[in-house]
Write a protein that binds this ligand. Sequence first.
Ligand code: 5GP
Length: 182
Amino acid sequence: MNPPYPPPIDRVLYTEEQIEQRIREVAAEITARYRDRSLKLIGVLKGSVFFLTALARHLEIPVRVDYLAISSFSASKSSPGVVRIAKDLDEPIEGDDVLVVEDIVDTGLTLRYLLQTLAGRGPNSLGICTLLDRTSRRLVQVPVEFRCFEIGDHFVVGCGLDHKQYYRNLRYLAVLKPEAKG
Ligand code: 5GP
């Protein structure tokens, strides 16, 4: 059975216009930080694709894009934060200024693993940019340099964030009804 549409949301957290405005501001910060350099954006599939695309369009520096996918076993209580690279980058990152682009940083466990792995490949620099940051649930510290919004402890969909692989395409960010989450 198809999931309901319109989606079963409690409320809209941020509208399309608010998100676009904030992405422009963060893109300006990134442009200023990396001026006179080139930047490699690394998107973590699939959630970050929508945000990365919107962000990259407003960067006024030379940009390359690469993607990786990870399988997370964070749900397992016996081995929290155990993740595996399911699809690796196409290109090496040695000597590159790298910015990892995330949809949301929650516990930080996924990102910590990813940063450790990427750091071992010899980039010139390694930064993090996230659409959403939920610091209240952080279990490990990760250096988030650029973020669009800090959010509270509610399950969010839209702008790349899914529920059972649906609703990534919503132009707004919304809190899903708890009963819909199942
Ligand atoms: P963590 O930082 O806990 O290792 O994991 C972050 C990942 O958990 C995100 O990339 C995302 O896939 C998922 N996640 C965490 N919070 C939410 C949320 O509110 N909504 C959705 N759709 N995914 C979330």
